[in-house]
Design a protein around this ligand. Structure first.
Ligand code: PHE
Ligand code: FE
Length: 296
């Protein structure tokens, strides 16, 4: 989920030239599989009525409810038939160019380890539950599948322009923490939300965070936090529209313009924002004051 900590610098021993490793599914213990099942059961109860139709459909067609940590080969076979994507294991956070190159070629890189039973709620590094339960269902959606491939190519370009920070914000506020406005109402689709027991409620129901309609340039100027619930969520009107805007825009002139504009502080609301919820920020303020707030 967050790409800021402990990025591997050299190709680890035992990894292939493309930095992938075997998932080694047989090495998971019964406790590992139980951890997956526990996390799965918790989220499966929360997500109907909260997660996007696309996400829920993905969960279903990929048969992720099958007990135990999914076998990447089996999962990739299903996914390949649906949208041409695969899931490959990597030994940790890989360098940006490696990450983007896989993505541009419809390979989603996933951690193969799973959190310990005492870490169910919080983890610094993305494990197999976040990566597979959080990200992979959306890859069964043909439009989102195209978006992520385009993002991979865009990432390689952003590296050349020195604009990774701006592009990474787009990933953060869509792929990781995005909301979508569906006919039935606001829904979550970001992997960091759908894989989190507490944030899947906070993102939709808590009065604290801002919920602002998506504007690409605005998002690419907005800081984010990696250590707690988000203070802003950006709401797309649908995946077609997200794909259309990002693919049709040449980011090179945008990067040049963004380099002249100040970043937008995390919780700030601008006069031109199309605001759905003007958040109280009560949660973040209580945290900053050293109190431990209970999310509503
Ligand atoms: N259109 C972007 C560019 O010109 C690439 C991109 C596509 C980025 C989709 C994000 C998502 O670099
Ligand atoms: Fe992630």
């Amino acid at each position: 989920m967050n790409k800021e900590t402990h990025v591997l610098e050299r190709l680890p021993e035992g990894a292939a030239q493309d930095w992938t490793i075997p998932q080694d599914w047989d090495r998971y213990s019964q406790e590992d599989h139980n951890t997956w099942d526990t996390l799965f059961a918790r989220q499966a109860k929360l997500l109907p009525g909260r997660a996007s139709e696309s996400y829920l459909r993905g969960l279903d067609v990929l048969k992720l409810s099958k007990p135990g940590i999914p076998d990447f080969e089996e999962l990739s076979e299903r996914l390949m038939k649906l949208t041409g994507w695969q899931v490959v294991a990597v030994p940790g956070l890989v360098p940006d160019a490696v990450f983007f190159d896989h993505m541009a070629n419809r390979r989603f890189v996933a951690g193969n380890f799973i959190r310990r039973p005492d870490q169910l709620d919080y983890l610094q590094e993305p494990d197999v539950f976040h990566d597979v339960f959080g990200h992979v269902p959306m890859l069964a959606d043909p439009v989102f599948a195209d978006y992520l491939e385009a993002y991979g190519r865009g990432g390689l370009r952003a590296l050349e322009h020195g604009s990774l920070k701006q592009l990474a914000r787009l990933y953060w506020y869509t792929v990781e923490f995005g909301l979508v406005e569906e006919d039935a109402g606001l829904r979550i689709y970001g992997s960091g939300i759908v894989s989190s027991y507490s944030e899947s409620r906070f993102a939709l129901e808590d009065p604290s965070p801002n919920r602002i309609r998506f504007d690409m340039k605005r998002v690419m100027r907005t800081d984010y936090r990696i250590d707690d619930f988000q203070q802003n969520y950006f709401v797309i009107p649908g995946f077609e529209e997200l794909l259309r805007q990002t693919v049709e825009t040449d980011f090179a002139p945008l990067y040049a313009e963004l380099a002249t504009l100040p970043d937008i502080p995390i919780a700030e609301i601008l006069p031109e924002d199309d605001v759905i919820t003007h958040g109280t920020q009560a949660y973040a303020e209580a945290k900053a004051a050293g109190r431990t707030p209970e999310p509503a």
